[in-house]
Design a protein around this ligand. Structure first.
Ligand code: CO
Length: 155
């Protein structure tokens, strides 16, 4: 595993659309392993492949579990949000946009279909914090950054 450089806001690549992953091979495994190591080194809770310069549809989310001491690492390849429900607004930041935080409107719950690193198709329902992280990371695959969806306080 290796820590890769994080692509920063302002680089055009971050605004491009990622292509689907079609090969579930050692190169993908190395990418995912490096993404996790890079995310951990930067103290993040999510990372998308374009953030390490790879325009492929792969994200990693560090999810909350019922045990506050434990998190779950979820890898999603070719993720697609099938359903969204409810709303929540809260502060977000991004490893590619250091120093900026702002409030973002997100669904409270999402149902997402994705593939794991072995290519198996799975669906998962995520709520609250986990829905925020997954929505944020999946947005990266369309070239969307969190502050595009900033909710400004009403006066
Ligand atoms: Co981000």
């Amino acid at each position: 595993m290796a820590i890769r450089d994080i692509v920063k806001d302002g680089e055009p690549l971050l605004r491009k659309k990622s292509r689907p992953v079609d090969r579930f091979d050692g190169k993908l495994f190395a990418l995912l392993d490096d993404m996790l190591e890079t995310m951990r080194a930067a103290d993040g809770v999510g990372i998308a492949a374009p953030q390490v310069g790879i325009l492929r549809q792969a994200v990693i989310c560090e999810l909350e579990t019922e045990n506050p001491e434990e998190s779950e690492i979820l890898e999603m390849i070719n993720p697609e949000i099938l359903q969204k429900s409810g709303k929540q607004t809260g502060p977000e930041g991004c490893l590619s946009v250091p120093g900026k935080r702002c409030d973002v409107l997100r669904p409270k719950t999402i149902k997402v279909r994705y593939q794991n690193r072995n290519g198996e198709v799975l669906t998962r329902t995520l709520s609250d914090f986990n829905a925020v992280v997954a929505s944020h990371e999946i947005d990266h695959l369309s070239g969307i950054l969190f502050y595009d969806k900033e909710v400004k306080p009403s006066k």
